[in-house]
Design a protein. Structure first.
Length: 279
């Protein structure tokens, strides 16, 4: 009887050891499965997650890369300009713009400030439409300056191109980002335009927006939130004078519009959200 009891006790002990061991293994396996499911769910969830692009403007590429690494963004320098008052090698422009929502591993294209100006040949834009002249000058990395309207048969037909106040011949080499003033035609029967709404638009596109509407940028005012070039490039328009954009106000072609800028987006009317730079 004693032998049978010992045998039964051993069998029972073996069974419980076997059961406990396999129970632990099952629990461990279940834990691994749960962790694996959480991991896969996290990957699936984050796959479509979007991140806000930070502003890299004014930073060196090395500084920007440290920030970009936290989002796994890929920075790529694709162009350069020369801005005398800006630190050489500093980032002047980025695409997508700061504030844009993009996915992980997105490529960010950068334009940096070159140590010395790159020279380009002045294109011939006289005789073309204002819109075509804008496109040709932008392709040559030149900027439209002031629109000077003169009586002509065709409105917004370019009559002459000026550099530093004097006529400039096509093919003349000038630094990139140079400002070219344009004399353009104005037909008496087509001499007014509507005032566009500039509120919420970034400083970097306001002038082009006005040129698109046959107007000039007048005086520019920055409030106390704007302290350097980087700030000015990121600032938004919150006020425009002397004409407001009500959809009905018309002004003479070439009229200058004064614009006020700030980094404080609360100054922008609630129905005019800040607009990111076009990409």
């Amino acid at each position: 009887m004693k032998g049978k009891k010992n045998s039964s006790a051993k069998g029972e002990k073996w069974y419980w050891n076997w059961f406990t061991r396999h129970l632990y293994m099952a629990v461990a396996a279940a834990g691994v499965v749960v962790l694996l499911l959480f991991w896969m769910l996290n990957i699936i969830t984050r796959h479509n997650q979007e991140f806000e692009v930070p502003s890299f403007m004014g930073q060196s590429v090395a500084q920007a890369q440290q920030v970009a690494d936290t989002y796994s963004f890929r920075l790529e320098v694709t162009d350069s300009v020369h801005i005398p008052r800006m630190e050489p090698g500093a980032i002047y422009r980025q695409n997508p713009a700061a504030g844009s929502k993009v996915k992980k591993n997105r490529r960010i294209l950068l334009t940096i400030n070159a140590k010395s100006p790159k020279m380009v040949k002045m294109p011939s834009v006289a005789g073309y439409s204002l819109r075509q002249a804008q496109s040709d000058l932008a392709s040559a990395q030149l900027k439209v300056g002031k629109l000077i309207y003169e009586p002509d048969l065709a409105t917004n037909n370019v009559l002459a191109q000026l550099y530093q106040g004097k006529p400039i011949e096509p093919g003349t080499e000038i630094p990139t980002e140079s400002v070219i003033d344009l004399k353009v035609g104005q037909n008496e029967a087509d001499s007014v335009t509507f005032v566009p709404n500039l509120l919420g638009k970034p400083y970097s596109i306001v002038k082009d927006y006005l040129i698109d509407n046959s107007l000039n940028l007048g005086k520019v005012y920055f409030d106390a939130t704007v302290v350097d070039l980087q700030d000015s490039l990121s600032a938004f328009a919150y006020r425009q004078e002397p004409f407001k954009a009500d959809g009905d106000t018309t002004v003479w072609l070439g009229t200058p519009i004064d614009v006020y800028f700030s980094l404080d987006k609360t100054l922008i009317p609630a129905d005019e959200p800040a607009e990111e730079e076009e990409r």
